[in-house]
Design a protein around this ligand. Structure first.
Ligand SMILES: Nc1nc2c(ncn2[C@@H]2O[C@H](COP(=O)(O)OP(=O)(O)OP(=O)(O)O)[C@@H](O)[C@H]2O)c(=O)[nH]1
Ligand SMILES: [Mg+2]
Length: 321
């Protein structure tokens, strides 16, 4: 007689040969994979196909900012064969951060419990999704696919790109006391609980700054953050949207939040905690405009009036895997 299957999510193997074999994973919670796109026609169909192979039950939401190369039409085509692929169409390029905020709000309104952040350019390998989702089952509310912990790597970056990314991470980590090795990483998972506490309308950054801000706010809100090693590969096709403006935004915002932290600590030397009441608190605006989702219509950000006041106590154990 066969032994009963162990409890927990189903994991199995698919694919015809070893080279194509991929692990699939049936999460015990409702997962939404959010993929922002701007001119990803060369990648989007393949990336959606791979995500569907690895996560057969997950919802997938593409947030497209009116890509002139027809990315959105390819998503609609792929949705027919893959199933449970939705498209949030926005009228113009409004930034990565606002695309994710719109995608998270869309998913929160529909009751998803775990949210994956993932690029469409294959820098983030869909095969790593099961490992990235696993920390949520162990009580973490955020899981970061990290390049800067043992086991993580960026095989094909130039030394100066490497140096820029590594230094930005060190700077953010020291100035904001983040306690994570890779706060600019964009391959992540959030539990719905932490997104609700964050009040997405107050998140303001767009590029790398968005990832840092989400890490910082999550920590302030008491999330337990896990890091999972990933291999980050540079995009092979399509054009990068990385720009100097995105780097400057991130550096400037970190300095601003850092000052807020410092002044907050000076004003409240007796409290000993960083609860986000610096000059940066409470002035966020979602700049994403003209949203339209396929099927169910547009959505707006949700959240409590002051999530940092309502964070549960005793959840400040930032964790590094
Ligand atoms: N909806 C939307 N998606 C965007 C926007 N900017 C970038 N993206 C998408 O966000 C993901 C990451 O963008 P990339 O251009 O790869 O930027 P990056 O990964 O920071 O930079 P590289 O490492 O050079 O590729 C990709 O899926 C892009 O298509 C935007 O303004 N709106
Ligand atoms: Mg990229």
């Amino acid at each position: 007689m066969e032994a009963p299957a162990p409890p927990g999510p189903a994991v199995g193997a698919i694919g015809r040969g070893m080279a194509e074999e991929a692990v699939f994973y049936a999460s015990p919670v409702r997962v939404l994979v959010v993929v922002p796109t701007y001119n990803e026609a060369d990648n989007i169909e393949r990336v959606l196909g791979r995500v569907r192979e690895v996560l057969p039950d997950a919802g997938i939401l593409v947030v497209d900012d009116g890509s002139p190369d027809g990315t959105a039409e390819l998503v609609e085509k792929a949705a027919v064969s893959l199933g449970d692929v939705s498209l949030l169409r926005r009228s113009g390029k409004s930034g990565l951060g606002s695309a994710y905020r719109a995608g998270f709000a869309w998913g929160l309104e529909r009751g998803y419990e775990a949210f994956v952040e993932m690029d469409a350019d294959f820098s983030h390998d869909p095969a790593a999704l099961p490992e990235l989702l696993a920390p949520l089952e162990h009580g973490h509310e955020v899981a970061i696919g990290s390049r800067y912990i043992p086991g993580g790597s960026i095989p094909n970056w130039s030394w100066h790109r490497h140096l820029l990314s590594w230094s930005a991470n060190k700077y953010a980590s020291v100035v904001l006391g983040l306690g994570v090795a890779d706060s600019t990483a964009g391959f992540r998972v959030y539990a719905a609980s932490i997104l609700r506490r964050l009040d997405l309308g107050r998140i303001r950054a767009e590029g790398y700054g968005f990832q840092i801000e989400m890490t910082y706010r999550s920590k302030q809100a008491g999330a337990s953050i896990a890091e999972v090693p990933i291999r980050f590969v540079d995009r092979e096709v399509g054009q990068s949207k990385m720009s100097m403006a995105i780097v400057v935004e991130a550096l400037g915002l970190v300095a601003y939040w850092g000052l807020g932290r410092l002044f907050g600590a000076l004003r409240r030397p007796w409290s000993g905690h960083d609860a986000g009441h610096g000059p940066d608190a409470g002035h966020g605006h979602d700049r994403g405009g003209g949203e339209q989702s396929t099927g169910a219509g547009a959505s707006s950000a949700t959240g409590s009036a002051d999530p940092l006041q309502t964070a549960p106590p005793g959840r400040r154990d930032g964790h590094r895997a």
